[in-house]
Design a protein around this ligand. Structure first.
Ligand code: ADP
Ligand code: MG
Length: 340
């Protein structure tokens, strides 16, 4: 039997102490972390960016196929991805927890093992949080902070007509990972003796369970001295993010199906699930890739980044987002949530 310590037996303060003991600080501008009434940061003369995400069991994650350690890692990636999208580098994190009595001290520690792995991967400091009881299920809120020099801040709203639309990585994988895990869950519910069959799904499952915020791209852009004209991270789907950039910048967009990066395993899995790989790439969420625009004059430099692909360009036709198909037919980009 796995060890199970009731949270009540060590209390909320005991739990926080055990969490804090495992974390170290990486940033000199973290002046005070866990332990006082509030964390204290000294940002001197740079801009501070901050972003919060709230995740609710049964809405945003399903613990029947998401190991707690992966969940911890993934949620940190998700909140840091917003920091990357501002062209900023992350430094601090706070974690708010609502715990039902289903969760033991060991379960919380497993969640924090994933959070710690992410803190090490992204070199950030866990500086605080809050812990409270929840009548049902697990609720996790994360807030991240980061810094960026004023001239490098990248928003959604400064793209110009003729700017090149670039993306990192590939699209649709996280959705197919989710589909695969959901299918295995149904098989398991029908027959608990069945072993999961995910051997040929390792890439898409990892895209779902262990996404990465793309600070590698932020560092490469900085090394090339390129500041994108606009940027957004892809949590809802490529179509929706391109529409966001256009609406904020007052531009239109023209993107090309043949340029949209889709991994082979994503492509094959989509076919298996009777989904169009293109639809998975355009409307599947949670890929956490970066979508950004650069001026034509910067494009030569950006094309040197291995994992970046140009997929189209901005136009001066407001509210028109066009997808040019491989057949050269054109269709309007649509995204759930935009009422089109
Ligand atoms: P208060 O009662 O003043 O809100 P708490 O007892 O909630 O203080 O928190 C004590 C310290 O522990 C604070 O520094 C807080 O940020 C930190 N903390 C509380 N819960 C968590 C958590 N789940 N993860 C990380 N730090 C936490
Ligand atoms: Mg508190």
């Amino acid at each position: 039997m796995e060890k199970r310590t009731e949270i009540g037996s060590i209390g909320e303060f005991g739990l926080i102490k055990r969490i804090a003991a495992n974390f170290q600080e990486n940033h000199s501008w973290t002046k005070k972390g866990i332990g006082d009434d509030a964390a204290v940061l000294d940002a001197s003369n740079t801009l501070v960016v901050t972003s919060t995400e709230l995740f609710i069991e049964g809405v945003h994650f399903d613990l029947s196929y998401t190991p707690l350690q992966h969940l911890g890692f993934k949620l940190v990636s998700a909140v840091l991805s917003d920091i990357a999208a501002m062209n900023a580098l992350p430094a601090q994190l706070t974690v708010g927890l609502g715990l039902s009595n289903r969760f033991s001290v060991e379960a919380v520690e497993t969640l924090y093992a994933g959070i710690k792995l992410a803190c090490e991967e992204y070199k950030i400091d866990l500086v605080g949080g809050d812990t409270t009881a929840s009548p049902q299920g697990l609720i996790i809120s994360m807030t991240a902070l980061g810094r960026v020099e004023e001239g490098k801040l990248t928003t959604r709203s400064e793209a110009k007509p003729n700017d090149v639309i670039c993306v990192s990585g590939d699209f649709g994988g996280a959705l197919l990972g989710l589909q695969s895990l959901e299918r295995e869950k149904q098989v398991f519910l029908a027959n608990p003796e069945m072993q999961p069959e995910l051997d040929d799904k390792s890439y898409v499952v990892m895209r779902q369970l262990k996404p990465m915020a793309r600070f590698d791209i932020i560092h490469e852009l900085a090394a090339l001295e390129v500041v994108p004209t606009s940027m957004i991270d892809c949590s809802d789907g490529l179509s929706s993010e391109i529409i966001h950039l256009c609406q904020a910048s007052g531009t239109g967009a023209r993107i090309f199906e043949k340029n949209i990066p889709i991994d082979d395993e994503t492509y094959l899995s989509a076919t298996e699930f009777n989904l169009s790989p293109l639809t998975a790439a355009l409307n599947g969420g949670e890929d956490y890739e970066l979508v950004f625009t650069v001026s034509q004059s910067d494009f030569d430099k950006v094309s040197k980044i291995a994992d970046v692909t140009a997929i189209g360009y901005m136009t001066d036709i407001q509210n028109e987002q066009i997808l040019v198909m491989k057949s050269e037919q054109t269709v309007n980009l649509t995204a759930p949530g935009f009422g089109v």
